[in-house]
Design a protein around this ligand. Structure first.
Ligand code: DQA
Length: 142
């Protein structure tokens, strides 16, 4: 089974981007950790990143089209703005887990509302890179 791990804007900068908030792991580091654990779980992870909203929409559709088991989605700032991503999650039957490195609820008020969380099966936030690992553990049990 395949699990899509979709990452939105600015997550390509992980490792150097506000490390006091997001940690020192790069997205490649996180992908490596996910791949190792996925192998143990007899799963495949497909890790992608884009700064463009429509790519996230297309990839959510693709997840359903290829029969992915689940999607782990860190939509970055689109979390708080994108009705299109919200609708894409609603439009597919593939379960989506919202993931964040930081805990948006402890941050600026503009991060308190999540269009992704409203449509997702569940949310894991605040554990840094480990948020992705926890989400993978949850998805493996779907
Ligand atoms: C983030 C939280 C968002 O508010 C922010 O815009 C990001 C990263 C996180 O993983 O903590 O880009 O999704």
């Amino acid at each position: 089974d395949t699990i899509f791990v979709l990452n939105g804007p600015n997550l390509n900068l992980l490792g150097t981007r506000e490390p006091e908030i997001y940690g020192h792991d790069t997205l490649d580091d996180i992908a490596g950790m996910l791949e190792d654990r996925a192998r143990e779980l007899d799963l495949t992870v497909d890790v992608r990143q884009s700064n463009h909203e429509g790519h996230l929409v297309d990839w959510l559709h693709e997840a359903q089209a290829i029969g992915a088991k689940a999607v782990l989605l860190n939509a970055g700032a689109f979390t708080h703005t994108s009705v299109a991503v919200h609708d894409a999650i609603k439009g597919i039957r593939t379960p989506v887990i919202e993931v964040h490195l930081s805990n948006p609820h402890t941050r600026e008020t503009f991060r308190h509302h999540s269009y992704v969380g409203m449509a997702a099966k569940g949310t894991i936030a605040g554990f840094g890179a480990y948020s992705y690992m926890l989400a993978l553990e949850a998805a493996a049990r779907f």
